[in-house]
Design a protein around this ligand. Sequence first.
Ligand code: PLP
Length: 353
Amino acid sequence: MKGPIPVRRAVERMRAYNPPLEGRTDKLRLDFNENPIGCSAAVRRALAKLSAASISAYPEQETVRRKAAKFFGVQEQELLLTNGTDEALSLVVNSFVDAEDSVLLVEPTYAMYRFYSELAGARVVALRYDAAMCFPWNNVLATLRAGPRVFFLPNPNSPTGNLLPLRDLRRILKAAERTMVVIDEAYFEFSGVTVIPWIRRHNNLIVTRTFSKTAGLAGLRLGCIFVHRELAAAMRKAQSPYPVNAAALVAAEAAMRDRAFIARTVREVRRGRQELERGLTQMGVRYFPSGGNFVLAHFGESARAKTIVAALTRKGTLVRDRSSDFSGEGYVRITVGTLEQMRRLLRELENIL
Ligand SMILES: Cc1ncc(COP(=O)(O)O)c(C=O)c1O
């Protein structure tokens, strides 16, 4: 037998991304920023009614796209539905980034920006938040002057929780004359800060949103891209014809109708976040203010964070060890759950500490 056919050089060079993917459903999942109260009952009812005809046909998305445009306050031509934000990010890279182009990130951040950029053979220019989790303004503005093709910027950022106000985002867009700025608003409902209305004025702006967080549809994979209509048409050419499945489409319609569920989630998370912050302060654990449904906490050295995460896992509570992003320091990202879930976590943490 001959040797295996080699994969592309870009794939060969990539480090494997190995998040814990299995065996999570029966645990208290505070590791992936999902919705701690699940999804709307209306979504489950809508899914139960999914007909054999809808399941056996290729999915038709235009009705949902029209409703989503209304829901988000944009024109239909300014919106693309995607298979989660992840497909949205991949579509951005496929549409704008050639091999050897540079892509700007401020790390630590959501891992899939680097993933898709490296997959495309792009050169990742990674700046860093400092130890106080401050945004590296001067370096960002200087790097934008060199015109990277894309700048991926989640607002708020995960795992640090940083939230940039509108005036700072305006500054970035102004400096990014030759760069497509992607503002990932996965946690918008918790932060209330959005730049979606700016897509008409700025043709170097893409905004992404997801149904995975407040709507609680992470398992169905649905996201959106908001972009100037001319660019939306160009990007649609780079997308496969059926990116979003029939179940996700039906669920999205029901989720958009149930605004009360979204409001309840946001309320619960705000209360849970206060409780978590109060408990961490009481235990003397340092944490960073967060605009999302998660909090980044510092537990000293990375070995200590590892021990704490393992002890919590043994008790059935999953949190995310992010120490590998911070050379030697022990940082853990904790998804905010309900008040009751936060009390359980704090009790367990107290026993461990
Ligand atoms: C900043 C950010 N964007 C996107 C996502 C994932 O979104 P989706 O489930 O729509 O792919 C996450 C998930 O944790 C995230 O933290």
